[in-house]
Design a protein around this ligand. Sequence first.
Ligand code: PLP
Length: 415
Amino acid sequence: MNTVAEPLLRLAARVDAIQPFYVMELAKEAAKLERAGRDIIHMGIGEPDFTAPAPVVDAAAAALRRGVTQYTSALGIPALREAIAAHYAHAYGLAVDPARIVVTAGASAALLLACTALVDRDDEVLMPDPSYPCNRHFVAAADGKPMLVPSGPDVRFQLSAADVEERWTPRTRGVLLASPSNPTGTSIAPDELRQIVETVRARGGFTIVDEIYQGLSYDEPPVSALAFGDDVVTVNSFSKYFNMTGWRLGWLVVPPALTGAFEKLAQNLFICASALAQHAALACFEPDTLAIYEARRLEFRRRRDFIVPALESLGFSVPVKPDGAFYVYADCTGVAHPAAGDSDALTRAMLHEAGTVLVPGMDFGAAAPHRYVRVSYATAYERLEEAVERLRGLFGRHASDRPDAGSPMRRLPGQ
Ligand SMILES: Cc1ncc(COP(=O)(O)O)c(C=O)c1O
C-alpha cells in the first residue's frame, strides 16, 4: 500500500470569500430528528410547496416525446423569449424587446452571468444587509467586493438612493438589489427605485434588480425596474412564482447593447438552459395556467395574512409588513425564551423543543444577525397553524419558568 501522503490540492482564494449557509446545519439536524421519527415543520424552506401545474407537466411530457431535448440557442428558444416579452406587456404594461431576453438555468445562472459580465476584479458592488446570501457570493465569484450596507426597518430593509449616494466611491461599479427581497419579503417603493436607478446612472454604474419574487406581490401591483430605463439589468426565474425550482429555468433582461456580450458568455459558461424545461415553460403563459398561478398567489397572501399577526401574538415583532415573496423577517428579541435575541440559539431551540425550522438572520448579513429570524410560509396553511401552536407551547413553558422574560403572548382572535 502506498503510504506517501497525497499533496493537498490548493483551492483558489475566492473559495474563502464564500461562506456556507448556517441553515444547512439546521436542516441536517432536522433530517436527523425526522429519521428518528419526529414530525418537523419546515418554515426555513425557500421554495414553494406547490409544484409545476398539470399543463406544464403535460407540455414537458409532450416535448420529451417529440425529442426536443438537444441544445438550444444560448439565448433560449425564440418562442419562450417571445412569451416572456408578452408576459411583461400583459402583467406590467411594459414593451420589452424579446431580443433583450436571455434564458438561463434559473436566476442563479442569470446572476452569475450578470456578475461575470459587469464586475471586474476588486470592483465594489453595493447591496443591502440583509440580502439573499448568494448575491454576495456571485460578486465574490467574479472577484468583486460585495459591500453590504446596513439596511434596517426604517428603509424597509432595502437600499435607498441616499445610501447609494453616500456609499458610492471611485471603486464602486454598481448595485445589486432584490425586490421583493429574500429574506424580508419587502419591496423597494417605485419612486425610491427610480431614484436609485438615476443615482447609479449618473455615476456610470450598473443596476441589477433581482425580480424573482415579483409575481408574488400582495398589496400593490408590482412595478418592474425595467420601467426606469433600458440600462437596468433584471433577473427573473420560473422557480418561485411559476413553482418550477428544480427545472432550473430563469431569465435576464439586459440592455440592448449588451445582448451580444451576454450571449458570448452564456454560450461559453452554460451552452444553454435545459431544452425540456424551456419547452415546458411555454405552457406557463397559457390563460388556464396563469389562472392556477393566480389562485396560488392568493393562497400565499392568505398565509401571509395569517402568519404575520400570529408571529406578533407569539412575542415576535414584524417591523415591516412583507408585501411579497413568502418570507417574514421577524425580530426575536421580545419572545419569552432564554435565547430571545440570539437567533442562532433560538432557531436551534425551536427545532429541538418545538419541531419547527426557521432560519437565523446570520445567513443574510452581518448588520443585525442575531436579532432576526426568517420565517417562510411556503408550507401548507394547516402546518403554519400547527407551528404557531407549537411555538406558543414552547414560549408558554418558558414564560412560566421566567415570568419576567419576554413579551406576554396574546391569543389571536378566534383562537
Ligand atoms: C432572491 C433570490 N434570487 C435568486 C434565487 C435563486 O433562484 P433560482 O432557483 O432561480 O436559481 C433565490 C432562491 O432562493 C432567491 O431567493
